[in-house]
Design a protein around this ligand. Structure first.
Ligand code: GDP
Length: 300
């Protein structure tokens, strides 16, 4: 994960190692290298600029510590700044006071939405909750099958509505509403609604998710995005946020992302916390997102 970024940041930070102390001259050169590393990683231009400005200001403003080398001091400043751009604090899911908690999951097709819904169900079960999955991605029968297959492996029920021929009824709002009712009747305390995505943002998709949002008044809306798509991921995140005003971001496919541009830009651009990170196809490849831990991993 983020191997290319880690390597370049390490190189930049090494350039001050061995220097007597941090000064205007050596810091300027290091900042250029850090900015280049961030831009190469496909980090948003403004975010990269602010990042290096902040690091420079702190580095020049700090007292020279005799106990650490300039390289160590700068590494700590970069670590703090990475933690800040990644969101600072870990942000939890909001649970309803009066269950069931309703979690609406949205994103483009192929982003890893259905896989994430199952992973989240598994994760919540491990925390003692009783989730119900709602198959509101009704246009592709394969999507409903996929959710059912994944859910059966973890023993989580899936709510679907089928016609007499066993085909999914193409009414996502109905599935979502009935699933919430079903959860109430069967003492399930979390409903995870998997919605339909398309290859690109389009009005019909946005309208449908917005209608589901109005119908079930979710406690939490999570936006799922493929981190490997870099700045496209950030732009998609912006557009979904304008339409849905979601509560958190789920970054998927971090296992294949060598650059890290989406991860480092999304929080600053969209101003919404990253809540989960998905790091593989298997159902246990999900972690709650902690900015400080991610910063640590980036710096190795
Ligand atoms: P959806 O169309 O958004 O519901 O996407 P899916 O959940 O069907 O996922 C699309 C593809 O991405 C599938 O082949 C998944 O196995 C794969 N996938 C999902 N999450 C991850 C992840 O974190 N890492 C990797 N490597 N693959 C993933």
């Amino acid at each position: 994960m983020f191997e290319s970024l880690s390597e370049k940041l390490e190189g930049a930070l090494q350039s001050v190692t061995g220097q007597g102390r941090i000064n205007e001259l050596n810091v300027a050169e290091t900042m250029r290298e850090i900015r280049r590393a961030l831009l190469n990683a496909d980090v948003n231009y403004q975010v990269a600029k602010e990042f290096t400005n902040n690091v420079k200001e702190k580095a020049l403003g700090e007292d020279v510590l005799t106990s650490v080398t300039p390289g160590q001091q700068l590494t700590k400043i970069v670590y703090d700044e990475l933690t800040r751009v990644l969101g600072g604090e870990h942000v939890e899911i909001e649970y309803a006071e009066d269950p069931p908690t309703v979690i609406l999951v949205a994103g483009l097709q192929g982003s890893g939405k259905t896989t994430f819904c199952s992973k989240l169900a598994k994760h919540l079960r491990s925390k003692g909750r009783a989730p119900l999955l709602a198959a509101a991605d009704v246009y592709r029968p394969a999507a409903v099958d996929q959710l059912q297959k994944l859910a059966s492996g973890i023993n989580v029920p899936v709510y679907t509505v089928s016609d007499d021929d066993g085909k999914p009824v193409q009414d996502a709002v109905r599935v979502a509403e009935e699933a919430v009712e079903e959860a109430r009747n069967t003492a399930r305390d979390v409903v995870i609604i998997d919605t339909a995505g398309r290859m690109h943002i389009d009005e019909a998709m946005m309208e449908e998710v917005s209608t589901i949002k109005s119908a079930v008044d979710p406690n939490e809306i999570l936006f799922v995005v493929d981190s490997m798509t870099g700045q496209d991921a950030v732009n998609t995140a912006k557009e979904f946020n304008e339409q849905l005003d979601y509560d958190g971001v789920v970054l998927t496919k971090l296992d294949g992302d060598t650059r890290g541009g989406a991860a480092l830009s999304i929080r600053s651009v969209v101003q919404k916390p990253i809540k989960f990170a998905s790091t593989g196809e298997k159902l246990d490849a999900l972690t709650e997102f902690y900015p400080d831990r991610m910063a640590q991993r980036i710096l190795g």
